[in-house]
Every structure is written in C-alpha cells, then in structure tokens.
Design a protein around this ligand. Structure first.
Ligand SMILES: C[S@@+](CC[C@H](N)C(=O)[O-])C[C@H]1O[C@@H](n2cnc3c(N)ncnc32)[C@H](O)[C@@H]1O
Length: 252
C-alpha cells in the first residue's frame, strides 16, 4: 500500500530566534553600585514594579535608574523603619532591595576599634545596646551581621508576593581571623527560607584599597562585593525544583 503524501505537511523548519550581540548584562562588573544596580533592575525587575528599598541610605543605588520606571518605597533605620519590621501588608510588593551594613567591624562598641561611622551608626547602636537583635553568643559580631540579613530576608518574604524578587547587596569579610563567606551564608540561609537564588553579580572596585599597618598578609584583601537576586518560591513549591520565571503582572 502506498501512502498519499500530498496531504502530509512538510516538516517544519526550525527558525532560530534572537540576534547575535555582545550587548548583554555580565555577571562581573568593575565600577560603582549605581551603574550595576541599574543593569540588574533592567534585567530582572519589570517596569512599573512596586519596589521597597528598605535600607535606602543616601539612595546611591537609584542614581542611574530613570525616574518613574518603578514605584519606589524608601525606608531606612535612620528614618525610623527597621527592615525587620516593615509597615507593608503580606504579599503586597513585587521587589525588595536590601543593603544593610555588611562588616562586623562597624558594630563594635569601642570607638577606637570600630570601623566607619555615619551610615552604619543605627545598626551598631542597636547591637551595642543589646537590642532584641543581639547576636547569639554576644561577641560573635559576624553572626550579628548574618542575623540581620536573614531576619530582614524573613520579613521580605512576608511582604513579597509569590515569585517576587529580593535584591541583596553584601560583601564577604574576615572577622576574628576567620574567613566568612557572607554571600554563601546568605544564599544557604535564604534558600532554607524559601528563596531561589536566581542570579549573582560580582562588583569589583575600580581603585586599589590601601592598607594601613600591614604586618603580614594572611588573607586576600577583598576588593569585590556581590549583588544577589532571589525569587520568592511559593510555599506550595520546592526551592530545589523551582525554575526562573517572569514576575507575573500584578492583579488589582
Ligand atoms: C550600606 S548603607 C545603604 C546604602 C544604600 N544602598 C544607598 O544606595 O545609599 C546601609 C544602610 O542600612 C541602614 N540600616 C542599618 N540597620 C538597619 C535596619 N535594621 N533596618 C533598616 N535599615 C538599616 C543604615 O542606616 C544605612 O543607611
């Protein structure tokens, strides 16, 4: 029996979409926060999104983001809002930006051994005063840094809607002669909480850091930091099986 092939459609040709370009957002960047932050938002956060920057500081991150591209809610401990107790309803935000102090040296009680002043004073005051957020073990200051990130992450999970994005800035540190890979600790901690680590960016300082009073170098001097992009996995789904997905348009 011969087949009548006149009604068999010809096999479809696979059409390759897209275009060849080197104009892509890269995972490593030399320069400043503002330029990289703008690129990260362009890649991951859809225009019109409702974004809370909960450690707004001087607003440096937003300096290159076009005005009006997002609906931005600004807050900071310095203006009375703790990122661990946000004034937003459950599941009400598309994205949260978190950039708290990342160095234990900024939290020390003694002025003569303390790191930079200014923007970190709020957190230092909180821990030095033995606030509710005091680190377990009292003197383990790196744990205090990590606790703040993870407690703020828990609060971000509450206010984010499903598939919402959490953008975290952090830097590793050597504390009490111990290498603390903060970015790894944050990824592990937030994954356990129901966040999927969707992307990671390395920011390299363009100037060389100067070292006062170097006796013997033990660890590499850090001249890089990280932006981590997390996505809130719905409670009904497993982080290990979650796939990157676009933030669905908000309803209502
Ligand atoms: C590294 S600065 C943030 C810089 C900011 N991303 C910018 O672009 O200017 C850290 C900020 O975290 C704030 N901060 C410290 N502890 C906080 C807390 N528990 N809740 C909210 N903000 C906090 C400090 O007041 C400071 O403004």
């Amino acid at each position: 029996m011969s087949l009548d092939t006149s009604e068999v459609p010809p096999p479809r040709k696979r059409v390759q979409g897209g275009k060849a370009t080197s104009e892509v957002v890269l995972s490593a960047h030399a320069g400043g926060n503002a330029e990289l932050f703008r690129q990260i938002l362009e890649l991951h956060v859809p225009p019109g999104a409702l974004v809370a920057d909960v450690t707004f500081g001087q607003g440096v991150f937003w300096r290159q983001v076009p005005e009006g591209r997002y609906r931005v809610l600004r807050s900071d401990l310095a203006t009375g809002t703790d990122c661990r107790a946000l004034p937003y309803a459950n599941a009400s935000l598309d994205a949260v930006v978190l950039d708290p102090p990342y160095m234990e040296g900024l939290l020390r009680e003694k002025v003569e051994t303390r790191g930079g002043q200014g923007s970190h004073a709020g957190l230092r005051g909180w821990y030095a005063a033995g606030g509710d957020g005091e680190a377990p073990g009292g003197g383990r200051w790196h744990q205090a840094v990590l606790d703040l990130y993870l407690q703020a992450g828990q609060e971000a999970r509450r206010v984010l809607r499903d598939h919402g994005l959490l953008l975290v800035k952090c830097q590793d540190e050597v504390s009490a002669n111990r290498q603390e890979l903060t970015h790894v600790q944050i990824v592990v901690g937030l994954e356990a909480m129901g966040f999927y680590a969707r992307d990671l960016f390395v920011l390299v300082r363009s100037n060389r850091p100067a070292v006062a009073r170097l006796k013997r170098q033990v660890h590499a001097r850090k001249n890089h930091s990280y932006f981590l992009v997390f996505q809130k996995v719905p409670a009904s789904q497993k982080v290990a099986r979650y796939r990157t997905r676009d933030l669905p348009p908000a309803t209502g």
